[in-house]
Design a binder for this molecule. Structure first.
Ligand code: FAD
Ligand code: FES
Length: 272
């Protein structure tokens, strides 16, 4: 194991389990005292997806730390392209996986006395899972909205229900929960007064860029603020290559998602 900087490590984490959660979603639990000991909700790891092949991608792939249990940590990912396909093969065939982390700033847990509203789109649930777990341990009042295309895209709902987190689902095709997208679900909950005033909540939104832009735009219109976690494509993951820059709202300046983020207040940044 090589100590890159005091805050994060490069290590060969021992693969404990690899499970398909849906047709396309994989959970990996790995053992690393350093990563598990340091990772805060919202931080991420940069995972090597090479296993000796010359044709394999050089760049690591970033994934949120979804859960920590003792010396073990979990990351959950969708198989979307070459890197994640290779990673799934590596996880199933090797004993260890090389990870760099924990990286990034993580979520600010906000004021302990305030209610928490977590809004996930698709695999955006991955970083919010650890945050929801953290809040439930502090006894906070936590509501989680999770939107997916269809019923088959959900996994692990019992994890949240067992932690007394109020989980509300939405599906685009109406096969589970509210029929519509997660923003429509939020508007409906406000309309029927299950949510009185968004300004009473610490709000965290993670999902695809168009979803975060739409949800954050609505929250800002209501005079409230929310934190978002950006998933900009990355190269180094450590603030060196400038490949993950996003523009600061109303400014010509840029922020680095890997180093200054991935978590920002939505009104601090310009969505693409
Ligand atoms: C801080 C951070 C945390 C993330 N956490 C998770 C997570 O917990 N679970 C999860 O499933 N995904 C997460 N992602 C996205 C994940 O890194 C990409 O899906 C993955 O790198 C795609 O690799 P690929 O080679 O399979 O895809 P590619 O073949 O390279 O591309 C397939 C698709 O993925 C997009 N993509 C490619 N590379 C990245 C990248 N580095 N970041 C974002 N999008 C990319 C491309 O635009 C394209 O649409 C996170 C990204 C960031 C930046
Ligand atoms: S990924 Fe290189 S600076 Fe952020």
């Amino acid at each position: 194991m090589k100590d890159i900087e005091r805050r994060y490590f490069e290590t060969n984490a021992v693969i404990r389990s690899v499970d398909k959660l849906t047709d396309n979603t994989v959970s990996c639990i790995a053992l690393s005292r350093e990563i598990a000991g340091l990772a805060k909700p919202g931080q991420f790891i940069n995972v090597q997806v090479t296993s000796g092949q010359l044709s394999a991608p050089v760049l690591r792939r970033p994934f949120a730390v979804s859960n920590v249990n003792g010396d073990e940590f979990e990351f959950i990912f969708n198989i979307v392209g070459r890197g994640t396909k290779l990673l799934y093969d590596i996880l199933r065939s090797k004993e260890t996986v090389n990870v760099l982390g924990p990286l990034g700033n993580g979520f600010d847990p906000g004021d302990g006395s305030r209610k928490k509203l977590l809004i996930a789109g698709g695999i955006g649930i991955a970083p919010l899972k650890s945050l929801a777990g953290h809040f439930s341990e502090t006894g906070a009042d936590v509501t989680l909205f999770w939107g997916n295309r269809s019923r088959r895209d959900f996994f692990g709902a019992d994890h949240f229900e067992n932690k007394n987190i109020k989980l509300m689902m939405s599906t685009d095709d109406g096969t589970a929960g509210f029929s519509g997208n997660v923003l429509e679900l939020l508007k409906e909950e406000i309309k029927i007064k299950n949510i009185a005033d968004l300004k009473e909540y610490d709000i965290y939104v993670v999902g695809p860029d168009p979803m975060m832009k739409a949800v954050a735009g609505f929250i800002e219109e209501q005079g409230a603020r929310c934190r978002v976690s950006l998933e900009t494509p990355m190269a180094c993951g450590m603030g060196v290559c400038q490949g993950c820059a996003v523009r600061k709202r109303g400014s010509e300046e840029y922020k680095l998602v890997c180093k200054d983020g991935p978590v920002f207040y939505s009104d601090e940044i310009e969505f693409k």
